[in-house]
Design a protein around this ligand. Sequence first.
Ligand SMILES: *Cc1c(COP(=O)(O)O)cnc(C)c1O
Ligand code: SF4
Length: 445
Amino acid sequence: MRVFSHQRLGQIPQLVRHAPHLMESISLVARVLPFKVNDYVVNKLIDWTDVPNDPIFRLTFPQAQMLDAEDLEQLAYCVRNEGGEQQLNALIQRVRDGMNPHPAHQQLNAPSLDGQLLQGVQHKYAQTVLFFPSHGQTCHSYCTFCFRWPQFIGDKSLKFASNDGEQLHRYLARHPEVTDVLFTGGDPMVMTAAHLTRYLEPFLQPALSHVTTIRIGTKALSYWPYRFVSDTDTPQLMALLRRLVDSGKNVALMAHLNHWRELTTPVAEEAVSALQQLGIVIRAQGPVLRHINDSASTWKRNWEQQVRLGIVPYYMFVERDTGPQDYFQVPLARALSIYNEAIESVSGLAKTARGPSMSAGPGKVEVSGTLDLQGQRYFLLKFIQARDTRWLGKPFLARYSETACWLDQLQPPQGQSEFFFEAQYRRFVEQGAPQGTQALVRGEA
Ligand SMILES: *Cc1c(COP(=O)(O)O)cnc(C)c1O
Ligand code: SF4
């Protein structure tokens, strides 16, 4: 694998040939938003004849429009002015700080073991524990919309990754209610088979027999399918996964997919079937993103392709309020109509896709539809995961808005001062946050 970052833009021949005029702005924006892309994405996924509109190009190369025009201008000025290093760094920091690096509600999910907070573990919903192995805190390529971007710039306050699989295993052994463990990152599939073995093999022990599902959140299927086909330690990786499946575990690969174009290469299809031959179920999830996949026809095609490949459509997410959100943000009303229009046009096998769903502090909130009642229009919302399970099964209304992009921008119906769960959620935030933890509420890679 060859990896390019903003210092090596000149080494990407396609960029030099097809988009020389974009190199300067890419390299400028990359000072704020880290950028990393591998040769597979550059050579096989991006359609260079369609740059800058190509969705995979926009997913991996930072674009001028991702920054405020004024910030971009200042950045260019600072870079041109030699000796302005300090000023430049301050500017970069300010622009980053303005991008809400710590989205949604936080610090509530870090569990403890024997009075000690667990690094890199989150336990928000009873059945499922999230684990962020320290060796998996990077990705094969970075996505420009990624809400994990602070960890790629080495934000010290985000030390949440765990080195210690042993602690995870001890924690899980004491929590018989947990049926699912979700390995996430970054991307756990950047880890060597040897590291993965250390984390995953203990699940074969009787003490962890209640953990029946091992989920692995990854973008490797689309950004580095060779992981499952021809990396040097692929045989060990596949043997490990086979041992888990043969022992009776449900191994689920949560494939992070944004666009059907990501799975059109022969090697991607080969990776899909190699996993399926082991008995692994692949599920697809990803956010709706403006400029990338904000059309019903794209989602229809995503889901049809997934079903054809034996991949189960799982979640359509709403993009989080972080990073270059103005560039990617799709209002809830629009996300809902994209979802509805796409779902209407696919067979029942693709209707397993749920969404649009916001992974917010109180839980995963689905925008289920709109309702017109007594001359007023509402969103019908429902928790599909909730911090308090009693919130599930209680659909609720919010005033319809064309522009709201996130739960906190929604208003309760007239006459209600807040949503039914808010008072209790505030109590969670006030009392529930363990001291000293920097864990963020994260979804999955
Ligand atoms: C989404 C999510 C899960 C998994 O939820 P499922 O609905 O079971 O896929 C677990 N923990 C957190 C923090 C999540 O955001
Ligand atoms: S964590 Fe997921 S969205 Fe973020 S850069 Fe990695 S693959 Fe992309």
